[in-house]
Design a protein around this ligand. Structure first.
Ligand code: HAM
Length: 426
């Protein structure tokens, strides 16, 4: 026997219930976001590496450690997308899609993302995101509508105990003032900081606040807080965000260490966490970004967006697929196979889920196969049925072993009635 081949570390196959869960989450998000005015955008999985380097920041973990970058056969440096925001901005610019503050764009996307991270619970090297970008209309209202959309989706899929962690990084001026103060503070502890943080002190001190190193975390406790450095405009903007969250009764906490892992954020940043003991990492996150579209040659409009991690949602939701009445078409002998085959097609054409049982070498075996496949109604065609153009309906697991023979022309109608009864009783 040849050796079993496994997928690449940190990547996994979805099938069966996992696929239904994935589809359910994507469908729910698509429906709810359509109500908010979002439309789907489909962008390539691979982009020029520069797209991500330029926008996510050289010092971000994603760019410095986690990108799947390759030189392709034509000598281009390309990267499997680690996230979707940069690609959406590139697409708006490449396609010359018009956007301004009076004519915003709202895009939703979903699919696989790739980060060469250490695999662990809820963290993979190929994972899936559902992302949303609202470009144009810079205001606390759009920030909170973005958060509200995420909360609606999370609630709808059954995650009722979601808490929004929210912060403001301010605009350019506030940020500069804050960064100067941060550097002054961290300089005092320069020798105690982790190697990563020492490097960040020079290049991007804000990112030290995001460090997972235990000594860095202790030092972070007394670091200056961004809220004290927001100028009046930025402070008023952030206060309005909080007031609107209150108005919508959204459960949130202000988390002043929430700088997020990617460099493009300005003003409001947020993450979604569950209070459940089961999982403490973020289910999703996002925030406002100024200047990102312009970086890709588009117009100077701000945007706000977020992405949800599908594997993390799949892990937490209690999903029960809808049970449909499943029908099996069973021929008694080879003589009736053609007729069974045609009945199967007729039912499929009438949107009925059914399976033609072609295996097994006698009726008993075929019935067993149908039951194994989860069919609860058997349509049996034997010699008699063939002769008088009828079908015998038998319910699986029916104590009274009720069977009824009906004219073939009435089968579709009868199955539709039975499907409704089935739905009501499950
Ligand atoms: P992010 O916080 O890097 O943001 O990722 C969003 C979500 O993707 C995370 O909260 C998490 O649920 C999921 N995720 C990230 N990495 C992994 C992984 N290795 N394995 C499993 N799940 C993961 C972004 O990607 C931004 N583009 C979001 C955004 C959109 N900001 C503005 N617009």
């Amino acid at each position: 026997m040849s050796q079993r081949i496994n997928p690449i570390r940190g990547m996994k196959d979805f099938y069966g219930l996992d696929c239904s869960k994935y589809q359910y989450i994507v469908d729910t998000a698509t429906q709810i976001s359509a109500r908010y005015g979002y439309q789907l955008i489909e962008i390539p999985i691979v982009e020029n590496t520069e797209i991500f380097q330029r926008s996510l920041g050289d010092e971000s973990d994603v760019v410095s450690k986690e990108m799947y970058s390759f030189i392709d056969k034509g000598g281009e440096n390309i990267t499997l997308r680690p996230e979707g925001t940069a690609g959406v901005m590139r697409a708006i610019s490449s396609n010359g899609i018009f956007v301004n503050d009076n004519q915003p764009l709202k895009f939703m996307y979903y699919g696989p993302m790739f980060r060469y991270d250490r695999p662990q619970k809820g963290r993979y090297r190929q994972f899936h995101q559902i992302g949303f970008e609202h470009i144009g209309e810079k205001s606390p209202y759009t920030d909170v509508l973005s958060i509200a959309l995420a909360v609606d989706i999370l609630h709808e899929i059954g995650l009722a105990d979601v808490c929004v962690h929210v912060n403001s990084l301010g605009g350019f001026d506030s940020r500069q003032l804050y960064t100067t103060e941060l550097v002054k503070y961290f300089k005092k502890f320069e020798n105690e900081l982790s190697e990563d943080s020492k490097r960040r002190l020079l290049k991007n001190p804000l990112r030290i606040l995001d460090s997972k190193d235990s000594r860095d975390c202790e030092i972070n406790l007394n670091a200056p807080k961004i809220r004290n450095y927001l100028n009046e405009h930025d402070a008023t903007y952030f206060q309005k965000v909080l007031d609107l969250l209150d108005l919508l009764d959204i459960n949130y906490i202000v988390d002043q260490k929430l700088v997020r892992g990617l460099d493009y954020y300005t003003h409001t940043t947020f993450e979604f966490k569950t209070n459940s003991e089961q999982y403490s990492d973020a289910l999703g996150g996002g925030g406002r970004y100024d200047g990102l579209l312009e970086m890709f040659g588009g117009s100077d409009v701000s945007g706000v967006g977020f992405a949800l991690g599908v594997e993390r949602l799949m892990m937490l939701i209690d999903y029960k697929p809808t049970v449909l009445l499943k029908v099996a078409i069973v021929a008694v002998s080879a003589n009736e196979f053609d007729s069974a085959f045609m009945l199967n097609k007729e039912l499929l054409d009438n949107s009925i889920s059914c399976e033609l049982i072609t295996g097994g070498n006698n009726l008993k075996k075929r019935v067993e196969l149908a039951v194994k496949r989860g069919c609860s109604l058997l349509l049996i065609i034997g010699n008699d049925e063939l002769k008088d153009n009828s079908v015998t309906l038998t319910r699986v697991n029916d104590k009274d072993n009720r069977s009824v023979t009906i004219p073939r022309y009435s089968v579709v109608l009868r199955i539709n009635e039975l499907s409704q009864e089935f739905r009501h009783s499950h």
